[in-house]
Design a protein around this ligand. Structure first.
Ligand SMILES: *Cc1c(COP(=O)(O)O)cnc(C)c1O
Length: 453
């Protein structure tokens, strides 16, 4: 049992509250019920009554959710697909599910190779750092204030490999890679890998240009497309593997709208052995076959609905950006049309900063996250100036550009007019409660405004 002097990385008071709940419970069954009630409260609130604008979140289709609870998820299937490759017998149907998943991923991403076993795209990136570089090698990646992600930085998987990690130079006004500076520094550093993993992602990246510079010394470009995977598969963003990237990693639960997990795709046969051997037996053993089945169906949904679904996500993000900006909430990259992805980034410094604003909006049932933006320094890490929003969930609920106006109006009432979030929350609930079905899937088809696709 913990006590107040025990070191915790978690919020100690929340852990203490959990202990109090367990102590008050009369039996282990009551303890289990306490867990279930918390899940139900989340479902009732986040699931039914909130406008979820978290950019890395996507609602799955009813079928995908159902598959996550399927019997196949209780089976163990280590190793590569096939009778001889597996340690266990009895895996013929599992092989069928997994091979369908692999082939569906290849179709969705128009590539030669894909792996289905990663339980997060963090692991996809780790596979890259395990397979393609050695301690002491040099890599270049984007830093966090410009949207980079810890996966590719000293504090994440890349850092655990003892690499020398350099920043990719960025233009803070255009929010894009400063190609001149990159060329200069890359030629000096001669990195083995250049990894673009953008958690804040508004515009396509110069994959072709950067690749052509680093191939001079055999450097490889890795596109960590955690956020953009669905947009890429749906043909609504750049196509990194076609533009020179050697490897594309992606999260299955962000724009791709499948079960939270990872995917990795490539074309070059010489990468197959190093990558797949980094996945098994290094990073995963049993890899959740229920999740693989769900991922396979999510890939089929993208094949059928992805083009229109992803296009609407982008249109909605642009509409939300415009609608917020015109109501006095400054949005980044206004001069470039705000965004070409699912994301919108606001500068909310004048309203108290990202942390404060995200929590105030959450009181009005509008869920977003604080975000570092250019100009923030390391001291701003916990209290950055930015607010990141994404339009995946609202789009899958069937919303169109017109509804983005409504959402921006709710936000402006809290931030610009200083209205009591509790009052705005009532209107948010009235708006949200009638919309409970997720579209762009085989269960519910197209939203009525897009009947027939
Ligand atoms: C979210 C994210 C990841 C991690 O993805 P998980 O699927 O949550 O493991 C990796 N890289 C980038 C750029 C991300 O935004």
């Amino acid at each position: 049992m913990g006590n107040s002097s025990q070191f915790e990385v978690h919020d100690a008071s929340i852990l203490e509250n959990a202990r109090a709940i367990l102590e008050k419970a009369g039996s282990a069954k009551d303890m289990a019920d306490a867990v279930i009630r918390a899940v139900q409260r989340n479902e009732e609130w986040r699931g039914k009554r909130c406008i979820n604008l978290l950019a890395p979140e996507a609602p799955t289709s009813p079928t995908v959710r159902q598959l996550l609870a399927s019997e196949i998820g209780t089976r163990a299937a280590e190793g590569h697909i096939g009778r001889v490759n597996r340690w266990f017998a009895g895996t013929q149907y599992i092989d069928e599910v997994e091979s369908l998943c692999v082939e569906l991923l290849k179709k969705a991403f128009r590539c030669n190779y894909a792996d289905h076993r990663l339980m997060g795209s963090m692991l996809g990136n780790m596979a890259v750092y395990h397979a393609l570089v050695q301690p002491g090698d040099r890599v270049m990646s984007a830093s966090q204030p410009f949207g980079g992600h810890s996966s590719n930085r000293p504090d994440g998987p890349a850092g655990t490999r003892g690499l020398e990690i350099y920043d990719i130079p960025y233009d803070p006004d255009e929010l894009e890679v400063d190609l001149d500076k990159f060329t200069e520094e890359a030629q000096r550093i001669r990195p083995k890998l250049v990894v673009m993993g953008m958690s804040m992602t508004l515009f396509p990246l110069p994959v072709r240009e950067m690749t052509s510079i680093i191939t001079e010394w055999g450097g490889k470009f890795v596109f960590d497309g955690a956020h953009q995977a669905g947009l890429i598969a749906g043909g609504q963003f750049q196509d990194p593997l076609n533009e020179g990237a050697a490897i594309l990693t992606g999260s299955a639960g962000k724009t791709f709208s499948g079960p939270q997990s990872g995917m990795i795709m490539w074309n070059d046969p010489s990468l197959t052995k190093p990558i797949t051997e980094a996945i098994f037996p290094v990073l995963v053993a049993t890899h959740q076959v229920n999740r693989v089945a769900a991922l396979a169906v999510a890939a089929a949904e993208i094949l059928e609905f992805g083009r229109v679904y992803m296009a609407q996500i982008v249109k909605n993000a642009q509409a939300l950006g415009q609608a917020l900006d015109s109501r006095g909430v400054p949005v980044l990259a206004a001069h470039r049309g705000y965004t070409r992805t699912h994301q919108v980034i606001a500068n909310v410094r004048q309203f108290g900063g990202g942390l404060e604003v995200a929590h105030r909006l959450a009181e009005a049932n509008i869920i977003s996250n604080k975000n570092l933006i250019p100009g923030d320094t390391p001291a701003d890490w916990d209290r950055p100036s930015g607010l990141r929003m994404g339009t995946i969930e609202v789009t899958r609920l069937g919303m169109m550009e017109q509804e983005m106006e409504t959402i921006a109006e709710f936000m402006a009432r809290v931030l610009v007019n200083g209205e009591d979030p509790e009052l705005v929350r009532r209107d948010v609930e009235d708006f949200r409660l009638p919309m409970q079905d997720f579209y762009y899937n085989f269960d519910n088809g197209w939203p009525t405004a897009q009947e027939g696709g």
